[in-house]
Design a protein around this ligand. Structure first.
Ligand SMILES: *Cc1c(COP(=O)(O)O)cnc(C)c1O
Length: 395
């Protein structure tokens, strides 16, 4: 696995300055900006691109993305407060199950662009709160669609019983409620049925189904809606990064699909997390110890899955590069298991991976660590020090 020059240079600099074995997250903000610009340029004109901040809400990531996206999606009241505090000028979407009354009120007070309503109960509560505050609530109804073909992915959130979204059967009642509530303004529908999608053809098939359902529901219920939010879910292949979601091919197919299934003035909105931020992040561990145990080699790095839970959460061997230090190799052409400092056998980042050379003091560099990584990790377990957070500037 090869590292970009900017990362190698930054690592050399860190090494020269270090007084302790290194343990850090390193983010390449220039690469992030370039990636999103490219994504944006490929999208058809009638599409919007929001960033789903739960993938990585670091302030520097948000600052880099703010001028390049149409807005941010908050999946909780906490994220909403954070995003609004940092970027009050940017359109925000508020989604997620189990919203508190106070959070719905805060969303209205900060002027959110859309609230994704997940249930009839939530819609009723929002109606009361909006009326009491005399504030218009822009609503998208999240629907858990029934599709002829259930999508096949590791993180399916719909098309089967889940806590997410309204049942199609509840739509009549939701629309009746909306028609009777002057403070609720229905702006569109929201579908987000899966994550970890690697297959462009399958995702275009899903988009076709989304557009078909949207048109059918609008016709059946005589709705004219300005927005269809089609979620995120574009996948990163951690086992084989070159096989990750092919965004340019997807956008080409999407343009053809939109030509064919005319949506009129309705805009298509994406809210993407992992595929935007995963590639800009690197997790660095310096090798503290190398040992042989029951016939297998182990390298123990400074840090572990309490900083970088992604491989444990996804159950994969994370790809990595070795940046050699000054010491002569202790291992040559050996398979080695890369672990952290936790007293649990689950603290494994990659199992029995071949390395050309390895010594104590070398750096293990794990790419694709910019999404669902630090922020999903059980950082307080064992009370180790947190990693350094380092950002290579965007410009
Ligand atoms: C998490 C989430 C997203 C982003 O998903 P990614 O797989 O990170 O692109 C988008 N929409 C909703 C509703 C989500 O819960």
């Amino acid at each position: 696995m090869n590292l970009p020059d900017a990362i190698v240079r930054a690592i050399d600099g860190l090494r020269a300055e270090r007084t302790q074995p290194l343990c850090a997250y390193l983010y390449d903000l220039a690469a992030l900006a370039e990636h999103v610009r490219t994504m944006r340029a490929a999208l058809p004109a009638s599409c919007e691109l929001f960033y789903a901040a739960k993938a990585n809400p670091e302030a520097a990531i948000l600052r880099t993305l703010a001028p390049l996206v149409d807005g941010f999606e908050a999946a909780s009241g906490g994220e909403l407060r954070w995003l609004h505090g940092l970027h009050p000028e940017l359109p925000l979407i508020f989604g997620g199950p189990g919203k508190l009354d106070g959070e719905l009120a805060a969303a209205l007070d900060c002027g959110v662009a859309a609230i994704h309503v997940e249930s009839l109960g939530e819609l009723r509560r929002l109606a009361v709160i909006a009326a009491a505050r005399g504030r218009r609530a822009p609503v998208l109804l999240r629907l858990n669609l029934k599709l002829a073909e259930a999508p096949d992915s590791r993180l399916v959130m719909g098309g089967k019983p889940t806590p997410f979204g309204l049942d199609e059967e509840a739509l009549d009642e939701a629309l009746a409620l909306l028609r009777g509530e002057p403070w609720l303004e229905l702006q569109g529908l929201h579908f987000h049925l899966l994550s970890h999608q690697l297959d462009v053809a399958a995702h275009l098939q899903l988009m076709r189904a989304y557009l078909g359902c949207f048109r059918r529901l609008c016709a059946e219920h005589r709705l004219e809606l300005p927005l269809l939010n089609v979620g995120g879910g574009m996948g990163i292949d951690y086992r084989d990064p070159g096989n990750s979601f092919d965004w340019p091919a997807f956008c080409q197919g999407l343009a053809a699909l939109l030509d064919e299934q005319r949506l009129g003035d309705t805009r298509l909105r994406f809210e993407i997390g992992r595929f935007i931020s995963a590639a800009c992040g690197y997790y660095l561990m310096e090798v503290l110890d190398i040992k042989r145990n029951h016939g297998q080699y182990f390298a123990i790095g400074r840090g572990g899955t309490h900083h970088f839970r992604t491989p444990a959460a996804q159950g994969h061997d994370h790809p990595f590069a070795v940046v050699r230090g000054a010491r002569p190799a202790e291992l040559r052409e050996q398979a080695v298991t890369l672990v952290g400092q936790l007293c649990t056998p689950k603290d494994v980042l990659a199992r029995q991976q071949p390395v050309a050379e390895l010594a104590v003091g070398d750096l293990l560099v794990f790419p694709l660590a910019g999404a669902y990584a630090w922020n999903i990790s059980h950082r307080d377990f064992l009370m180790h020090e947190p990693p350094q957070m380092l950002f290579l500037p965007a410009g």
